[in-house]
Design a protein around this ligand. Structure first.
Ligand code: ARG
Length: 471
């Protein structure tokens, strides 16, 4: 038998080379090269573990670690080298082995002792997701802070709160902004959960059955920053639940972004005119000179589809897989990378747009002054005078109908007309009937009264996880 000199990963039992088109079809280096930093980290930990069980001498491990560092540096400073040197490499794992052999000769082939690409890819991908989730958390934290800053700056500005897209009751603009901030804090928790589900190290699982060299799995996990090892080798090589969890968390972020986007698209319309769109985040029309379009929000809303699509795509890939590693699993990466990148852009752009949006307090206040918004206050007034709520609701309905038939605002009806409908109305009624009064009456925790909103800001700030503010 001759000593092998090529850098192929497999082929001993093959007579013919792969079909060229199939060769390209099955390669993943084009996208999994993104896992190179994780791959190198895992290789380093594995090399040290091989020394502990006597596969590598101290010198060999030193040489291997130095070569791995060199490969990492070269790949970082010269991305074109990855492409050219890796032109015939199947994936990132093959690429590093090829580069190691180039550096070290046959010693480079020893690193793969007792391990499989199946466990490597699962480990690399888990490390990626842990890091990606932390990055998304800090981008989300920036957005929550931008919402908080606007909420603090706009304290006291009323707006027409809506249900079913119809004027409902007056609220504070800050209350509206904090509603979105609250939704985003739930996403922080989901991202945290995704990172927690990725936090177990598969190394030592082999291709499916485990490791026969008594490798120290706990030491490798610890070296890589995992808090534990995976429990079952067969499960570990095919489990992508951590990727699903991350995609679910990203879908949550994107969905919340899409909802705030919808609000701001409406707010920027001539009908609402609640906001002046920042030039930095808007575009014009090639035809209509007057146009300033809320494209940043429309694109955020539009791109949400592909984030949800990535989640559904991976669920679909996983649903029919038999036990153990299957090559279908290679499909897990591209959509997740892209979803991560998209959400990162969406968060940065939403944060910038929130920071630079000018609210038109006059316009918000004027729409909040619609007397219809105070109808519930009138019913509550009657309740305070002892009228049962259902009856009060009905009486106010009659007042509204009467005003409509007289083509008047209901707040213009004189007290004696109101008293004809219900004698419970008294002198103190009209004076208490203001937007401010309506807003201020919602003093419960979580309500829209100024003091409740102030307390909500303090509460939200105290709940924001410290680690999310790392960036
Ligand atoms: N490129 C593969 C992936 O992303 C790595 C594992 C390949 N394993 C194998 N036995 N072909 O899933």
């Amino acid at each position: 038998m001759t000593e092998r000199k090529d850098s192929k990963l497999w082929g001993g039992r093959f007579e013919r080379a792969p079909d060229a088109r199939f060769g390209a079809f099955q390669r993943s280096l084009v996208f999994d090269r993104r896992l190179l930093p994780q791959e190198i980290a895992v290789d380093r930990a594995w090399a040290k573990a091989l020394e502990q069980i006597g596969i590598f001498t101290a010198t060999e491990v030193k040489e291997t670690l130095a070569a791995l560092d060199k490969i990492a540096q070269r790949a970082e400073s010269d991305p074109a080298w990855v492409e050219s040197f890796g032109a015939d490499a199947e994936d990132v794992h093959h690429f590093v082995e090829k580069a190691l052999v180039e550096e070290l000769g046959p010693l480079g082939w020893r690193l793969h002792t007792g391990r499989s690409r199946n466990e490597l890819v699962a480990t690399d991908f888990r490390l990626f997701v842990i890091c990606a989730a932390a990055q998304t958390k800090s981008s989300l934290f920036a957005l929550i802070n931008a919402l908080l800053a606007q909420a603090k700056g706009k304290l006291g500005v009323p707006m027409a709160g809506m249900t079913h897209m119809q004027h409902a009751q007056p609220i504070l603009l800050s209350h509206f902004l904090l509603a979105h901030a609250e939704a985003f804090t739930r996403d922080l928790t989901r991202l945290q959960n995704a990172a927690a589900s990725a936090d177990a190290c598969p190394m030592g699982s082999g291709a499916l059955a485990g490791n026969s060299f008594a490798i120290d799995r706990a030491a490798i996990a610890c070296d890589l920053g995992f808090s534990k090892i995976t429990a079952n080798s067969l499960d570990a090589v095919s489990d992508r639940d951590f990727a699903l969890d991350y995609l679910f968390a990203l879908s949550g972020v994107a969905t919340h972004l899409s909802r705030i986007a919808e609000d701001f698209v409406l707010f920027a319309s001539q009908e609402f005119s609640y906001v002046i769109l920042p030039d930095e985040y808007s575009t014009g029309s090639s035809l209509m000179p007057q146009k300033k379009n809320p494209d940043c929000w429309e694109l955020i809303r539009g791109k949400t589809g592909r984030i949800t699509g990535a989640l559904v795509g991976l669920l679909t890939t996983l649903k029919g897989l038999p036990t153990g590693y299957q090559r279908d699993l290679q499909e897990d990466k591209e959509a997740l990378f892209s979803a991560h990148d998209q959400v990162d852009d969406m968060l940065a752009i939403a944060t910038g747009a929130i920071k630079t949006t000018a609210f038109r307090d006059d316009r918000l206040r004027s729409l909040a002054s619609d007397p219809a918004l105070l109808a519930t206050e009138a019913a509550d007034y009657l309740v305070r005078k002892g009228v049962p709520f259902r009856q009060a609701h009905d009486l106010v309905g009659k007042i509204l109908k009467e005003a409509e038939s007289q083509q008047k605002l209901w707040t213009e009806l004189p007290l004696d007309e109101l008293r004809r409908i219900s004698p419970a109305f008294a002198e103190d009624f009209a004076s208490g009937l203001t937007i401010e009064g309506a807003v201020e009456s919602k003093k419960v925790p979580g309500g829209t009264a100024l003091e409740s909103v102030r307390a909500a800001i303090v509460d939200l700030e105290s709940r924001l996880p410290r680690e999310a503010g790392a960036k």
